[in-house]
Design a protein around this ligand. Structure first.
Ligand code: ARG
Length: 473
């Protein structure tokens, strides 16, 4: 058995070891072990900078880097023993390094866990942001694929969950592509503020040693577009700032909210009441009691998990509210919120993309739902507008026509010209043109409207954007 390490943060000052319950209560290694790669990288670069300062000899520098690399191999292979009594990932790695390499005792020169943990979390988030963006691209691609496979499908668009006006399925799906595009951009904006190096801030007041913060920043890739190093400009802010984590959780919460709306559409559309789509067997589950059921659990869970992601954002904001300067142990609570947000949202994005890939569309059911001529009441009013009738009058006249049809037990397009003209004299012989199903969407070719040309143009635009994104990635 290995010799039990004494917690370095307690050496010297403390006569008594913490109670087991306190160790269990205060440890964070059970979750922050996930920062091990970032911690190793930060330490290697810090060691390089210390060797440039002359704090480490070249031999010590080399031994430390080798030692850290070996620890990395052990962790990756599952051979590393994490010790809760050493509190966190930082102390576990440093203690093990020092056990293997005596010069490890010099590594923490000019550094505190306060700037170290801020660094690790920023490094971790940098990678996570890129992974989230890539996942969003896959989801957008799945939406565009589905839209293209069913480009001719018409279905009702809804307001107040009441049938409103006909749109195309592709147009509806592309609305989500737009949302996820803004989410993608928000993650990019967040990256700019994550990508600033806190190292050198020390515990809160920097160091009396002439640390080269810019060298560290450059070596860790904390640079702007021109390659200039970006370091936190206030040591107190550097160790207490978690805005970047809040921003990530906020952007992620919005992704989760968008996903929950898409999930709700899929739940509704796959119900017997709508019957617009069928989810693949692989993405539905049965009931333990009712043999006929095919439940959209994957979509429902995606909808439900938005609650937890929003909760994480709220928890993080509440954690920071009223927190005195600078580092306080409360901040240890940030990591689980960030990790859970990242894991949950990424899983939701991936599973939704996969589910969309196997959706079957019932074009006939969609068309039947969109075929009610009442959905063209607005078009009928605009027909009158084109004939010089003020819109308010036209709206009123068509309202009367809808009521008359209802009363006569007819569809709106079954009223005779005489009946229409009795309501408004501007109705003429060409009025039935309004109801021609092949014209319904063709009339809507404004930018951003569901006309077939517009939708094809949008699909082509997204294809280009998404293709460029995959080439870049
Ligand atoms: N485990 C701590 C955290 O996650 C690391 C920083 C601890 N710093 C301290 N002064 N106790 O926040």
């Amino acid at each position: 058995m290995k010799k039990k390490a004494s917690p370095p943060a307690r050496s010297g000052r403390f006569a008594q070891a913490p109670a087991a319950a306190v160790t269990a209560f205060t440890e964070s290694v059970s979750f922050d072990w996930r920062l091990w790669k970032q911690d190793l990288l930060g330490s290697m670069v810090h060691a390089t900078m210390l060797s440039k300062l002359g704090v480490l000899t070249p031999a010590e520098h080399k031994a430390i880097v080798r030692g850290l690399e070996a620890i990395g191999r052990d962790i990756a292979a599952g051979r590393f023993t994490w010790r809760p009594e050493l509190e966190d990932v930082h102390m576990n790695i440093e203690a093990e390094l020092t056990r293997r390499v005596p010069a490890g005792a010099k590594l923490h020169t000019g550094r505190s866990r306060n700037d170290q943990v801020a660094l690790d979390l920023r490094l971790w988030l940098r990678e996570e942001l890129a992974a989230q963006q890539a996942a969003l691209r896959r989801l957008q691609t799945a939406l565009v694929d589905l839209a293209e496979r069913h480009v001719g499908v018409i279905l009702p668009g809804y307001t107040h969950l009441q049938r409103a006006q006909p749109v195309s399925l592709a147009h509806h799906l592309l609305a989500y592509v737009e949302m996820f595009e803004r989410d993608h951009a928000r993650l990019g904006d967040c990256f700019a503020r994550v990508n600033v190096c806190p190292l050198g801030a020390g515990a809160l007041a920097g160091s009396t040693l002439p640390l080269d913060r810019e060298l560290v920043a450059r070596l860790l890739g904390f640079v702007d577009q021109q390659g200039r190093p970006r370091v936190c400009q206030n040591s107190m802010d550097a160790v207490s700032d978690r805005d970047f984590a809040v921003e990530f959780c906020a952007a992620a919460a919005l992704i989760a909210v968008h996903l929950s709306r898409l999930a709700e559409d899929l739940v509704l559309w796959s119900s017997s009441e709508f019957g617009f789509i069928r989810l693949a067997d692989a993405f539905t589950t049965g009931s333990s009691l009712m043999p006929q059921k095919r439940n959209p659990d994957v979509a429902e869970l995606t909808r439900g998990k938005a609650g937890r992601v929003i909760g994480n954002l709220t928890a993080l904001l509440t954690l920071l509210k009223g927190l005195p300067m600078t580092y306080n142990r409360d901040l240890q609570e940030d990591k689980e919120r960030v990790f859970d947000t990242a894991d949950t949202v990424r899983a939701c994005v991936e599973v939704t993309a996969a589910m969309l890939g196997q959706v079957t569309v019932n074009a006939t059911a969609c068309a039947a739902a969109a075929a009610d001529p009442a959905l063209l009441a607005t078009d009928l009013a605009e027909y009158l507008v084109r004939r010089g009738v003020p819109f308010r009058q036209a709206h009123h006249a068509v309202g009367l026509a809808v009521a008359a049809a209802e009363k006569a037990g007819k569809r709106l397009d079954q009223l005779s010209l005489a009946e229409l003209q009795a309501i408004h004299c501007a109705f003429a012989g060409d009025v039935l043109e309004v109801f021609r199903p092949d014209r319904v969407l063709q009339r809507r070719e404004l930018v951003g409207a569901p006309g077939p040309q517009q939708v094809r143009r949008q699909l082509a635009r997204w294809r280009k954007v998404l293709k460029a994104a995959t080439v870049k990635a």
